[in-house]
Design a protein around this ligand. Structure first.
Ligand code: RET
Length: 236
């Protein structure tokens, strides 16, 4: 096990939590989202600390290290990120009953994706690994379908600026999230084409983009669109 990327991950995520919180705590219009993003990096910092300290790192029978903390992190942080997008699509005051339905569906699929990914990592035989991997991919496709079809349509019925913000956010999110199953597939949990250390470094880079960069990107996109929609409402 390579401690360096885990300690680097812990440091980046801890500092990012402070930075995201401090830079956004006074932005009244997007405070809710800033808090969600700060929580995502805080949870990630905790997970990297656990991995670095060797807690929950399980050595499987074929010599692969399975990091339980990583899957616990994903199963909490990805629902938070997706919930943020559902809220943007409904602009936080849409018909709440309907929003709850989408929240349940997208979070349910997302958690199934992460948990069956863990089952694939834990499986001993290639056949069982493949079955769980495909199951996880199917759930992931469900998440992407909800983001790109029904939720995008709902976002498009809101103000133009919000629709644009939603579109930019799901584009970045989709591009980054699509790389996770690839890194998993070529890493020790899958085809074992790359080492444990290379895999941990790759997930770290992805985590920094999906959690930290995305937090600042989404805050910028949202500040612009919420300012624009405030101007819209006052102008009427
Ligand atoms: C796994 C393996 C099985 C197939 C699929 C996967 C997808 C994982 C994803 C993870 C995203 C994590 C993020 C964390 C940051 O907060 C479980 C790797 C489809 C998409 C964005």
């Amino acid at each position: 096990m390579d401690h360096v990327p885990l300690i680097v991950g812990f440091t980046i995520m801890s500092l990012s939590t402070l930075l995201i919180y401090l830079s956004g705590r006074k932005k009244a219009l997007i405070k809710n989202h800033v808090m969600m993003h700060a929580m995502v990096t805080f949870i990630a910092a905790t997970a990297y600390l656990a991995m670095a300290l060797g807690v929950g790192n399980y050595l499987s029978s074929n010599g692969t290290i399975i990091y339980f903390a990583r899957y616990i992190d994903w199963s909490i942080t990805t629902p938070i990120l997706l919930a943020g997008l559902v809220m943007i699509a409904f602009q936080e005051y849409g018909p709440s009953g309907q929003m709850n339905g989408y929240l349940t569906a997208i979070i349910g699929l997302d958690v199934i994706m992460v948990v069956t990914g863990l089952l694939s990592a834990l499986a001993d035989t290639a056949m069982v690994k493949v079955i769980w991997y495909l199951w996880s991919c199917a759930a992931f496709l469900g998440v992407l379908f909800l983001l790109w079809r029904p939720l995008r349509k709902i976002a498009a019925t809101r103000t133009l600026t919000t629709a644009g913000g939603y579109y930019k956010n799901i584009t970045l999110l989709t591009l980054v999230w699509l790389i996770y199953p690839v890194v998993f597939l070529i890493g020790p949990e899958g085809l074992q084409l790359v080492s444990d250390s290379a895999s941990v470094w790759s997930f770290l880079v992805l985590d920094v983009i999906a959690k930290v960069f995305y937090a600042f990107y989404a805050a910028r996109v949202l500040s612009k669109s919420s300012q624009a929609s405030t101007i819209d409402t006052t102008a009427v």
